[in-house]
Each structure stands twice: as C-alpha cells, then as structure tokens.
Design a protein around this ligand. Structure first.
Ligand code: NZQ
Ligand code: ZN
Length: 388
C-alpha cells in the first residue's frame, strides 16, 4: 500500500427493501422547502413517486418539482434547475432516480448560487466550489454509477460536443442515500446490463494502475467476482433479490473512493466513452463496453503483470497452463465472452458512431496519465477504429 492519502466518506446509506422509511428521519434535519428532482417519468409508472410524495407530505414539506432530467443531463437543463433552486430558496434537493438524476442534483447544488457560468467554472476550468452548497439526498432507482456515495457530477454540453465529469469533494457528496434493490426491478434489461458494465469498468479503471502490492486490488478482485456471479443470475432472473441487492452494493463500493486509495487510477475507458457520449448521447455503460476490449488489448503489453493477475484471480485462468502473455490475453478473452453473454453493446457502430466522427471523438477525449500507457490522440483514434 503506497502513497499518502486521507479517507472520509460522509454519505449516510440506508440499504434494503425497508429503507425508504428512513426518509422520514432524514427530512427532519432540513427546512420546509424541498426540491424534488427526477427523470423522464419512470418513477411515476412504478409507484416510487407516490411513495416519496406521501412521505414528503406527511413531513409537511413544500415541494418544488424539477422533472425531465434526461439520461446524460445537459448544461441547458442545469441552468433551469439552478433557477428553480434559487428562486425558491430550497433547503434540500431530493434526487429520485439513477446516476443522471443524482449527478444533476449535485450539479444544481453547487451551481444555484454560483456567480458565474457553472459550466465554465466547474467543467472547463475545473475549479472548486466557493459558494453556498445546497444539501442533496438521493433515492436510487438505477444501479451503476456510484453517484449515490460520491462527489461526481457529469454534465453534457452538446453544442461544444463535450461530456465532462467534475469530481467534487466531500462537501458535495449526498448527505444520505436510500438504496432499495426492489426499486431497480423495473429497469429495462438494456439499462440493467449497461449499469452492470459501468460497475465493472469503474473497478478495472482503478485496478489497472500501479505495480505495488495494494490492498485495494484484493478488494477489487472480490468485488469483481461477486459482480460476475450476481450479474449472471440477474440477467436470467431480474427479480432475484439476492443478486440485485449484491449488484447494488458492489456499485456503491466500486466508486465511493475507497478502492482508489493508494492507486494512481487509469480512467481512459471513461474518457473515451464520455467523448463518444458527447457525440451520440448513447447510454453511458454501453459507450464503455464498446471501447473496452480494443483499449485493454492495446494496453495489456504495458501492464502484463497486472493483466496476468487479473486473468488468474478474476477469470480463473490456470496459471500453469500457458506462458504469462497467453495467460494475460486469455483473461481478456474470457472477459469479452462474459460481456457478450450478458448482452452488452460491443461495437461503436451500434451506438451511432460513424467513421467521420472518429477524429472529433479522439480530439475531445481528455487524456489521463494514471494508467499503464499515456495515450496520444492517434492511439485513441486507432482504438476507436478497432471498436467499430
Ligand atoms: O428518466 P427516467 O424515466 O427515470 O428513466 C431512466 C433513464 O431513461 C431509466 N430508469 C432509471 N431507474 C429506473 C428506470 N427505468 C425504469 N425503472 C427504474 N427503476 O434508466 C435510464 C437511465 O438512467 P440514468 O440515470 O441516465 O442512468 P445511469 O445511472 O447509468 O446514469 C448515467 C449518468 O451518470 C454519469 C454518466 O456519465 C451519465 O451521465 N456517471 C456518473 C458518475 C459519477 N457520479 O461518479 C460516474 C459514471 O462513470 C458516469 O459517468
Ligand atoms: Zn461510469
């Protein structure tokens, strides 16, 4: 375990099929005015909206609704939300939805009282918050992003063809999050598997970095094994509570800052995937699955030891059967077979990417330097071409 770090996660979690009742307790900590943020209407169809509203009413809250948060929330929508929050001087933002709704809620919480354009300040200049932050609570309905217990808030600017995540500090993490696995049962299969791969990729983005003996890597191998096991059950039986609840819990631990401790972390699949998202508005997890295999096969030779360990400890490749190189690539072959088995999108064409877009996507991919190979734009373009 190398490096110097501090660790603190201030989000209080309530987990399980009875967890929504704890909203009563949490609401008492805040003033009367609650901004209720949700997406395109799934919570009205599955009854979660009614359950949340009845708790808000029972606690005498005045509710200001902000609905229609789209998957991959946009900067224009963010400006609208800021106005609602500011004009009504809300005391709490309650996000009921998936990562898009939770991310958007955090973006509104830091932007409502921001005196300049929040896109320029937080997303282009990556500055910290220095104004009032409205507290956020989440009721999660889609699993994958980890947004329920982290400071991430990803916003898309279609005009500039940029999709950028700002990872805010502890002061922006949700104050509480309610995780009821049954709330995820109504997710379409496509979204469920996209979320499963988002989790897997959050883990591999952090795992494939560094060469020291690091406890975080052992935790991640355990999380991956549990995810592979439970996801195979969930794709055949989406209402298997044990599998869905495990997946929900893994998602939270995959990206709540714990497993990043002592790691340099890579994040290049996400940087390329987000740029694909800016050009296509495709589902986040599928942008990651489409580029992953070309990316990992390309960087594998630069991090053989870790890819070999991944093959053996996560995919059960026999360490004695072959040479190190064959073992490392065999792990990736098994990962690819698993991805196809659960129904992930494996090609960018399927997400609407055309040959003409490739240079632009490569150009707008941010380059991070924590992984095994620092990529240039030509290498990113090659990975994109191989992912078509
Ligand atoms: O809008 P509604 O009608 O609610 O429908 C949503 C949406 O269409 C639907 N859905 C959610 N819960 C449902 C449901 N449908 C039926 N039943 C339910 N229980 O699912 C669709 C996708 O929802 P969304 O919130 O967009 O998905 P996800 O949770 O994958 O969030 C994606 C966003 O999070 C960002 C992504 O970039 C993307 O913008 N990320 C945030 C991260 C973070 N905060 O750390 C990290 C991630 O890497 C990711 O970048
Ligand atoms: Zn992700």
């Amino acid at each position: 375990m190398l490096g110097n770090f501090s660790y603190c996660n201030p989000t209080k979690l309530y987990f399980g099929e009875d967890s929504l009742q704890y909203l009563n307790e949490e609401l008492q900590k805040y003033g009367a005015k609650v901004m209720l943020i949700y997406g395109g209407g799934s919570i009205k169809k599955n009854g979660i909206y009614d359950q949340v509203m009845s708790i808000l009413t029972a606690n005498q809250k005045t509710v200001f609704e902000d609905s229609g948060v789209m998957p991959n929330p946009t900067v224009e929508k963010l400006y609208e939300g800021c106005k609602i929050a500011r004009d009504n001087a809300v005391d709490l933002i309650l996000a009921v939805g998936g990562g898009s709704v939770c991310d958007y809620a955090k973006a509104v919480s830091v932007s409502a009282y921001c005196e300049e354009d929040p896109w320029n300040k937080y997303y282009l200049r990556m500055e910290d918050v220095d104004n009032k932050i409205i507290p956020v609570g989440c009721v999660l309905t889609m699993v994958g992003t980890g947004s329920e217990m982290n400071g991430g808030a990803v916003i898309t600017n279609h005009e500039q063809k940029l999709k950028i995540g700002h990872v805010f500090g502890e002061n922006v993490f949700p104050k509480f999050s309610i995780l009821n696995p049954k709330f995820t049962y109504t997710l379409p299969q496509y979204q469920m598997v996209a979320g499963i791969y988002d989790i897997m990729n959050h883990i591999t983005e952090q795992y494939f970095s560094g060469e020291d003996d690091n406890t975080s890597d052992y935790i991640m191998e355990g999380l991956l094994r549990s995810l592979i096991h439970s996801s195979r059950i969930a794709v055949h039986n989406p209402t298997d509570y044990e599998a869905r609840s495990n997946i929900m819990w893994i998602a939270t631990w995959a990206l709540n800052t714990l497993v990043a401790k002592g790691k340099s972390t890579d994040w290049m699949v996400h940087m390329i995937g987000q740029s694909v998202g800016a050009f296509t508005d495709a589902t986040h997890g599928m942008t990651l699955s489409a580029v992953s295999m070309a990316y990992y096969r390309y960087i594998c030779p630069y991090g053989f030891a870790k890819f070999r360990r991944f093959a053996i400890n996560v995919w059960d490749v026999d360490p004695n059967a072959k040479n190190d190189e064959q073992i490392a690539f065999e792990g990736l072959d098994r990962m690819e077979a698993y991805m196809k088995e659960i129904g992930l999108v494996m090609s960018l064409k399927e997400l609407g990417v055309t040959e003409e877009m490739i240079d632009g996507i490569a150009e707008n991919s941010l380059v991070m330097d924590g992984g095994y190979k620092l990529l240039n734009k030509d290498e990113i373009a090659d990975i994109l071409k191989k992912s078509m």
